[in-house]
Design a protein. Sequence first.
Length: 285
Amino acid sequence: MTPRTPYKIDDLLLHLTDRDLRVLEDLEQFRLLDTRLIQRLEFPVGSQSDGRPGFATQGTATRLTLRVLYRLEEHGVIARVGRRVGGKGHGSGQTVWQLAAAGERLLRARRGESGRRRYVDPGAGFLAHTLEVARYAATLHEKARSHGFDILDLQAEPASWRSFQAAHGGGLTLKPDLAIVTADTESETHSFVEIDRDTEHLPAVLRKSGLYQRYWESGAEQANQDGLFPLVVWTTPTTERADKIRRAIQEDRRLNAALFHAATAEQSLAVVAPYTSPNPKGGSL
């Protein structure tokens, strides 16, 4: 489909609904989303705990999602990524979307910001990991809607990055996949989430865990959060992988194991949701 000649920003806004803008903001936040993820985030199925109506069937939600995406593509604010994602559990030939230059300019103009991001066709590994991060976030949103808790903050890269000074000098940057704050009427739960796809050797996991340790030792996060440091949650595709990460962290004497939790992505949702962290001040394995 060939996009129309781009509108001026003010004219373009006249053609976009609030939900259209939320789709653009989702793409800005997560960088890449497939059609199914956009449907899960913005076109939910079934009744919602917050009182918002959901769509009666998956088919209805999917048809409307596609209609909206094709219209946004025609306006030139989103674009298809060259690769399509398929495979078990991910649908067959799902289209992957990203913001187009016009979409980014529109969002920046609404916030009064300048500058621009350079968009390139992502490699297969980056695409798979980025979609897995977004898939985790979409599942957490669904859990929040069905269980009646709030997501106060959800930062993906690069908004989740934390820069700090190491104990022995020099600046470092920690890059969590997600930084999440959830809450119910009684409590808040803060988490850093690392999406492990079992593609990294354990020494790489330990190096990243060591960087979290150094960030904890710096006190930078605690200074901004009334002394609280988020639980570092490693999510894995299998329980076997979670067990390996758990043992590796426990056996590494340089690490404070109480800072970390390892579980499958599905099991970890109970820890990231409010009220269920094993230790809100740090966590445990």
